[in-house]
Write a protein that binds this ligand. Structure first.
Ligand SMILES: C[S@@+](CC[C@H](N)C(=O)[O-])C[C@H]1O[C@@H](n2cnc3c(N)ncnc32)[C@H](O)[C@@H]1O
Length: 313
């Protein structure tokens, strides 16, 4: 099947080359992406033009295959896991050890996985909504000379995007994957924000910060990967000043091979945050196209919270 090329006015040359590749190689996934860009031309371009440019600086010309194939593999896995979750009624893996065997210790899998996650930030429309909320509710309220701690920073895309929208704020990212730390460092250099972004290897649950607390905190799509996400929330609450803002995202009834903790509703996430030192200020629940034939509606929730200033709020 050949699909005529679509040129999007807002999309830069590197992102357009990636889109052309996905359209030609993975036509089944193309219509949804095309509709997404058609509905959100400026929002899409705001992330994709920058993020794809950083990946291009990191990899050279092979960024096209790495991001395109990574996205296609990731999408196939997500769809397969969600179908079997609908039948089984619970996530496949329950412990970190199960995931380690299937995912983190599988180099071939990880090669596609990391870049698939990266590409969903702009290729999935509901993730564009989360990015918009991130900028409006969190980034625009950061102190110009403040500092932000990010736990589970992965490719560093959230810190690098935020750093490129601010001028004096500094960011420290922690990730348990050494390769993720290397990638995040390289992408922040490509973004020209490496003087304000530092990425370090470490377990977020054992994070200990010497000195004064951070002004703000950030953790995207890590909670559902943990056996006890409340430990992550407590780490953020104790690392950030009382009243400091925290941006968190979590997946709800969205199966992926490395999702362990099953949030069943937005209320589950809110209750966990509220009982572990945070006050929920704003929440966005973003979903892909709903399909009423399916048992579960996979979705992502983003929360703006504040570290409680008293025992109650
Ligand atoms: C789904 S990725 C999300 C990455 C990034 N936050 C994003 O939204 O693109 C989850 C990340 O959490 C990291 N991670 C998993 N367990 C962790 C832990 N205990 N401490 C720090 N990072 C962890 C993984 O290495 C991975 O980079």
């Amino acid at each position: 099947m050949t699909i005529a090329p679509t040129h999007f006015e807002t999309v830069g040359a590197e992102a357009q080359t990636l889109l052309d590749y996905i359209r030609d190689e993975y036509p089944a996934s193309w219509r949804i992406i095309e509709a997404n860009i058609g509905r959100n031309p400026h929002l899409f371009a705001d992330i994709a033009n920058r993020a794809v440019g950083w990946a291009s600086s990191h990899f050279g010309p092979s960024y096209v295959q790495i991001l395109g194939d990574g996205y296609a593999h990731f999408l196939t896995d997500v769809n397969r896991e969600q179908l079997s979750y609908d039948k089984r009624g619970s996530y496949r893996n329950r412990s970190y050890d199960d995931v380690y065997k299937d995912v983190y210790d599988n180099d071939q899998y990880m090669q596609y996985y990391n870049w698939g996650v990266f590409a969903t930030t702009f290729l999935w429309e509901h993730h564009l909504r989360i990015y918009q909320f991130f900028i409006q509710a969190f980034v625009n309220h950061l102190q110009p000379d403040g500092n932000v701690i990010e736990l589970g920073s992965g490719s560093g895309i959230w810190s690098s995007l935020a750093a490129s929208k601010t001028s004096g704020t500094t960011f420290t990212g922690i990730d348990i994957s050494k390769s993720a730390v290397a990638v995040a460092t390289s992408l922040s250099q490509a973004a020209g924000v490496d003087s304000r972004c530092t990425f370090k290897f470490g377990n977020a649950l054992e994070f200990v910060h010497e000195g004064e607390r951070f002004n703000a905190g950030l953790s995207c799509f890590l909670m559902e990967h943990l056996e006890a996400p409340q430990m992550l929330i407590r780490k953020l609450a104790e690392s950030v000043v009382p009243g400091g803002i925290i941006f968190l995202t979590a997946a709800i009834t969205a199966a992926e091979v490395d999702h362990i903790y099953e949030f069943r509703s937005e209320g589950d996430v809110v209750a966990m945050l509220e009982s572990n030192g945070l006050r929920v200020v704003k929440l966005l629940s973003a979903t892909p196209q709903a399909d009423v034939r399916r048992r579960f509606l996979p979705r992502s929730v983003a929360v703006l919270a504040q570290v409680k200033q008293t025992a109650e709020w």
